[in-house]
Design a protein. Structure first.
Length: 305
């Protein structure tokens, strides 16, 4: 029986590449592992897979009775619905500890670094397993994506060191240029529906007795959203309604100006205003220096509930 390796719902590049890189490592260590995914991949991830000859992991949303490793999350809200009927053999993650518990002992690699693939790189080193050239290239991209080319406050020295070593293995000379190429692909939002955009990188969090959803779109120039802001507002209001959420926020992040325009629909905007120490005008505000949902948004909103 194979063990499945997969990341969170609405998978980002770290979740998809992490499934691939961790499966390969486990296979080298004699475990039969298969990378899977819980949903549709983004244009950025498609770019990475194409660039480094990666195979798109199989879509699989049910895991009852299976052995699994999970990557890039430990929240039930981001897990398959039947995760509690699976045996979680291990977690590799770089987020706050979530609410998933297990009935058996497990392997845990959870560190406060910028990307799950940075931790997987450390695992390869710890087990002395060679990283194939193409997998190194994909892992490099995942780290550049999660750390916003090292600009995010979540980025650590461990991440930059891992990137240098992975770039060498992958034969990538200018990895910051590769990062920009990737973010330009990510910025191509024309042609996508409002729903595709609001849910491309969207996570829901349990806060007190309420649910809060926070989406994020990272682009090289915010003007791409000028024409579609009203549609984005309408859609996050729908997301809030459909999910019975207290609040839905959408961060439009400008990676060059290094800040985010936040759009908010909420039963009580004062929670967002006092949490982020900002006054919303027409339900939006510019948050200077804010690039990370995980480090600069969630820890400040959570205590409001
Ligand atoms: Mn992720
Ligand atoms: Mn990640």
């Amino acid at each position: 029986m194979s063990t499945y390796v997969f990341g969170h719902t609405n998978p980002d590049s770290d979740s998809i590449v992490g499934a691939i890189s961790l499966s390969y490592l486990k296979n080298q260590l004699g475990e039969d592992c298969v990378p899977t995914r819980q949903g549709k991949v983004s244009p950025e991830t498609e770019f990475i897979l194409e660039k480094f000859n990666g195979t798109l992991p199989e879509l699989k949303t049910s895991y009852a009775g299976e052995d699994v490793y999970i990557v890039d999350y430990s929240d039930l809200a981001q897990a398959p619905e039947d995760i509690l009927e699976a045996t979680v053999l291990g977690i590799v993650d770089h987020h706050k500890l979530g609410d998933l518990t297990t009935s058996t002992p497990l392997e845990c690699w959870i560190r406060p670094v910028g990307c799950s693939n940075t931790i997987i790189k450390e695992m390869y080193d710890a087990y002395d397993v060679e990283i194939p050239k193409d997998i190194a290239g994909m892992m490099l991209c995942a780290i550049l994506s999660d750390t916003v080319i090292f600009k995010s406050p979540t980025c650590t020295k461990v991440d930059t060191k891992a990137c240098k070593e992975l770039a060498k293995i992958a034969g990538v000379e200018d990895y910051k240029a590769l990062g920009m190429e990737m973010f330009i692909v990510k910025s191509a939002v024309q042609g996508a529906t409002a729903r595709e955009l609001t849910t491309r990188d969207y996570k829901e969090f349990a806060m007190g007795s309420e649910k809060v959803g926070v989406g994020q779109l990272e682009v090289v120039d915010l003007s791409v959203f000028d024409e579609m802001k009203e549609d984005l507002f309408t859609d996050i209001a729908k997301l809030k309604e459909e999910g019975g959420l207290h609040t839905v926020m959408l961060l439009l992040t400008d990676i060059m100006k290094e800040g985010s325009q936040v759009l908010v629909v909420s039963d009580d905007v004062s929670k967002v205003e006092s949490g982020l120490d900002v006054k919303l005008e027409n339900n939006e505000a510019w948050l200077d220096g804010v690039l990370s949902r995980k480090k600069q948004i969630i820890p400040f909103i959570q205590p409001q509930f």
